[in-house]
Structures are given as C-alpha cells and as structure tokens.
Design a protein around this ligand. Structure first.
Ligand code: 1CP
Length: 342
C-alpha cells in the first residue's frame, strides 16, 4: 500500500498491511533541517509563505517516510482572519495582544470567508497534495473551539487557564456566544482545508483535560459535535486531546471517526471504550523518545503487539514531540513500525 492509501484505510477502519505512522509536531525542532530553516525565517514567515510551508511539511516525510504529512501551521492562524492580533514568542508560544473578556470583545470578532482570512494556507495545502501524490496523506488541523477559547480569554498559554474556565462557569451567556462564534470559524476553516486537498483533519482540543464530565457535556461537547457534523462525509475526522480518560465515552459520541488518546490510558481500554466503529490513534509517551534506541524500539514493539492488528489504528505519540527529541529516536521508532507486519 502507499502511505496515503494506508492512512486513509486505517482512518476508515478498513484493513491495512501495517498501521500508518505519523507524529504530532513532526515538522519541528527535532529535525536539523527545520532548525536550519528557522535560522533564516520566523515561525510565522514559514507558515505564511506557501513554498516554505510545503518545505517544512515535507521534511519528516522525506527523512522518515511517515504516512501522514501534517500541514505546517499553528492553531492560532485563524485568529488573523478574526481580527485578533497575536504573536508567537520563542519559548513561550502564542500571546494575544488584547484577550477576549467582554460581550463587546466577542461581538468584534469577525467571521469571514476562510479563503479571505488565510489564503496562503490553502495555496500551501493545494501544492502539498500535488507534490505528495500518494506518498502520504495530507493532514489538516484546527484547534477545537474550547482550546481556542482558552487562549483567547487567558491571552497566552497557562497550566490551568483559570480566566477561561471562570468565564465558562460564571458567565455562561458570554461563553456560549464565544463558543458559537469559534465553532463557525473552525468549521469554515476545516471545510476549506478539505476543499484545498487535506485528506483527513484533526481537531486539537489540547486543554480539554481541564474540564469535568458535566462541564464537558453542557459547555463544550455541543460545539465539537457541530464542527464534526459540518465535516462528516467530507473527510475522516480525528479528535485529539490529552488527560481526558474521564471524558473518552463522551468524546466517542462527538461525531469523530478516530479518537487520539494519550499514554495515561492503556490502548486496549481505549479500544473497548470507543467501540469497534471508531478508530484509535496514539499513544506512546513522547518521553520514551528521550531515552535510548533499545528502549525506543522495545516500546514501539510493545505498542504494535497490543494495537497493530486492530483495523482502525494509527500509530502516533500521545502528544507532540518534545523539541529536544534526538532525531535518531524518530528513525528507530519509524523503522520499527515500517517493518511490522500483521
Ligand atoms: O508538525 C506539526 O505537528 C505541525 C505543526 C504544528 C501543530 C500541529 C504547530 C507548529 N502547532 C501545532 C498545533 C498547536 N499549537 C497546538 C495543538 C497541539 C498540542 O497540544 O501540542 C497548540 C496547543 C499550539 C499552541 C502553540 N503554538 C504552542 C503551545 C503553547 C502552550 O500553551 O504550551 C507553541 C509553543 C506554539 C508555537 C509553535 N507552533 C508550531 C511550532 C513548530 C511552534 C514552535 C515555534 C518554533 O519552532 O519556534
């Protein structure tokens, strides 16, 4: 099978020769060629320039032969179309110039056509899809409304996002207005990525572990469902979160085709919880890649032994690569998956 065929078959829970493999944050600082590119261009320059975006996206495909190519972008890019100013500070991450705190702030958010908001991204996806052909699937992505709201309200990364959660709990009308707006922007943004050539899309709800089951059902899940219902039948849909073992049964009802789980949940438990009709992605601890080649190989073999025979399984980490991951670990792990046969 080609990488793209393998990825799409697994994403549809059909049979494959071996599990497809890709890594979250695979186009990043772990690769020397990426570090060289970033010496010449800022993060946003790379994301904004289709040729550079394609170059960065292809790096892990060319080096490792992974089956999925995740578009080099960031979850903050749609903010540009919404009229919200931000920057990406090295070592910090996204910083919002004026955080969203009032109904006035929410009313000021522009909901415009995705092509008008981030035209460079769709050009890059179009070039990428042509360049890759069947070598690897093009993976588009966006933040889920909850995770985007966390950054917009808090103004920057945080361990607990207390201001965002306080709005959710104490100002439900504001919260629902914000979530409805972000849902519309996110659905349009992902629809346009699929139209441009993304084969699958992943919704990153990175901070979802901060909410309880009841909060999830009343304040978050309806919006996730709305995004997925707008996209279903257009492309396979992956739901990503971490620290959400308590939410997995509900996440499985969100309308996604696959659930990405982290290392806290044994992979067999994830299979049982989500059921046969939903695929599973994950769930190696990224810290494994900071050890040594023998340990990396052993951990890869163990996960393949437990999950590699299931239709509807995509090999990945439970969260993004650590920036200081030795590139040798990536070679060892990828080869371990590529030489596994069912
Ligand atoms: O290779 C890839 O995976 C594609 C690139 C990618 C993705 C999927 C980047 C590039 N960002 C993202 C998604 C993203 N961005 C998420 C969801 C995934 C996750 O949970 O890790 C989140 C939460 C962000 C926000 C963000 N952007 C952070 C985290 C800040 C925090 O709150 O802890 C950071 C550091 C960024 C900047 C960024 N985005 C991407 C890269 C390579 C970088 C670092 C910039 C650099 O290289 O200097």
């Amino acid at each position: 099978m080609t990488g793209r065929e393998r990825f799409l078959a697994a994403a549809r829970s059909q049979s494959v020769d071996r599990p497809p493999v890709w890594y979250m944050r695979q186009a990043g600082r772990a690769l020397p060629e990426y570090r060289a590119l970033r010496e010449r261009h800022s993060f946003l320059d790379v994301a904004h320039t289709p040729d550079l975006c394609v170059e960065a996206t292809l790096m892990p495909v060319n080096r490792l032969g992974v089956d999925g190519a995740v578009v080099f972008a960031d979850i903050m890019l749609p903010l540009e179309g919404m009229g919200i100013e931000f920057q990406i500070d090295p070592g910090v991450g996204p910083v919002i110039a004026s955080p969203v705190r009032s109904l006035q702030d929410i009313d000021a958010i522009r909901v415009i056509d995705a092509h008008e908001a981030t035209p460079y991204l769709f050009t890059a996806i179009d070039h990428l899809a042509r360049d890759l052909g069947d070598r690897a699937a093009v993976i588009g992505f966006a933040a889920a409304p909850f995770t985007l709201a966390c950054y917009l309200v808090q103004g920057r990364g945080s361990r607990e996002f207390p201001l965002a959660k306080a709005m959710m709990i104490g100002q439900p009308a504001l919260w629902h207005a914000l979530m409805a707006t972000l849902t519309e922007v996110t659905a349009r943004y992902l629809e346009a990525q699929i139209q441009a050539g993304a084969d699958v899309v992943q919704l990153f709800d990175s901070w979802l572990g901060l909410v309880g089951v009841e909060q999830y059902r009343s304040h978050v899940l309806p919006y996730t469902r709305e995004v997925f219902s707008r996209l279903s039948a257009k492309a396979p849909l992956i739901h990503f979160s971490t620290g959400t073992a308590h939410l997995l049964p509900d996440i499985a009802t969100s309308g996604c085709d696959l659930v990405s789980v982290d290392w806290r949940t044994p992979i067999e438990d994830a299979f049982t919880i989500v059921g046969d009709r939903i695929g599973v992605q994950g769930n190696l601890d990224p810290a494994v890649l900071l050890t040594n080649p023998a340990t990396v190989r052993e951990a890869g073999i163990d996960l393949l032994r437990r999950a590699g025979h299931r239709d509807g399984y995509i090999f990945n980490l439970g969260h993004g690569l650590q920036p200081d991951t030795p590139v040798e670990s990536l070679h060892v792990l990828t080869e371990t998956v590529q030489t596994f046969s069912r």
